[in-house]
Write a protein that binds this ligand. Structure first.
Ligand code: NAD
Length: 257
């Protein structure tokens, strides 16, 4: 499949799933805009390396997805946005009564509100271009809850609702809007929550992986960034033209239960 001539903006893409999705889209020939809140030499180097690897145009544009104006500016600076992947996300694990209010606000801003702002800016550009794909990286936690993740679960359920609403609003346009709902993927975001979860459950970190994290996933295996990238690519294909408004789980069977 060729995405030659299409521009993809992937938020939060200097690491983990976003980086994997960006590689998949660049590999199919899309021009890619990488993003995170940092503006380091290594971020720009990442873009140069990806461009060289796939022989396509890759830029890194700094933008803090906790700030509405920067979310909108990212899409404007990209100049075109045929494929929008809302991926930037953070996590914090704590019982609701101890959950810091500033963490709640940050998670809702980055994991939910940022997607409202990027979508609101990108959809008119997609209508103008006559083609568009919005892919939100939600989570199995957009479909199921787990204790100690109040803000994350609320934000991910919210993004599924936002996705369905915009899918209905764009149903007659040549635009699809979907959500990928991964189970656990071993990225820095998951690695970082293992110590806190170990504390909450009074377990060793190995026990957390086995008894808490992979306990949710009947396959007993992590999903991979390549698998998420492959699904994103499929959602950009002609075969996926009638798939819109769908949360698509990649979770080893977690949400089948
Ligand atoms: P990660 O920590 O590797 O990547 C998160 C990305 O978001 C990074 O590039 C980071 O720089 C970026 N980011 C964080 N704050 C930002 C901000 N304010 N502005 C711009 N960028 C920002 O984590 P990941 O696991 O790759 O997570 C990516 C997405 O996938 C998140 O939305 C996460 O909720 C979702 N997800 C992850 C898993 C998993 O198991 N890893 C499962 C389900 C859903």
């Amino acid at each position: 499949m060729s995405l030659n001539g299409k521009t993809a903006v992937v938020t939060g893409s200097n690491s983990g799933i976003g980086l994997g999705v960006a590689h998949a889209l660049a590999g199919a020939g899309a021009k890619v805009v990488l993003n995170s809140f940092t503006d380091r030499e290594e971020d720009h180097q990442l873009a140069r390396d990806m461009a060289e690897k796939h022989g396509t145009d890759v830029r890194y544009i700094q933008g803090d997805m906790s700030k509405p104006a920067e979310c909108r500016a990212l899409i404007e600076k990209a100049g075109a946005c045929d494929i929008l992947v809302n991926n930037a996300g953070i996590q914090h694990v704590a019982p609701v009564e101890d959950f810091p209010a500033e963490k709640w606000d940050a998670i809702i801003a980055i994991n939910l509100s940022a997607s409202f702002h990027t979508i609101a800016t990108a959809v008119p550009m997609m209508r103008e271009a006559g083609w568009g794909r919005v892919i939100n990286i939600a989570s199995a936690h957009g479909l199921r809850a787990s204790p100690y993740k109040a803000a994350y679960v609320a934000a991910k359920h919210g993004i599924v609702g936002l996705m369905k609403t915009v899918a209905l609003e764009t149903a007659k346009d040549p635009i699809t809007v979907n959500a990928i709902c991964p189970g656990y993927v071993l990225t820095p975001l998951v690695e970082a929550q293992i110590p806190d979860t170990a504390k909450e459950y009074d377990m060793s970190e190995d026990e957390v992986v086995e008894k808490v994290i992979l306990a949710k996933q009947p396959s007993k295996e992590f999903a991979t960034v390549e698998q998420i990238g492959g699904l994103a690519l499929f959602l950009c294909s002609d075969a996926a033209e009638q798939i819109t408004g769908q949360p698509i789980a990649v979770d080893g069977g977690w949400t089948a239960a």
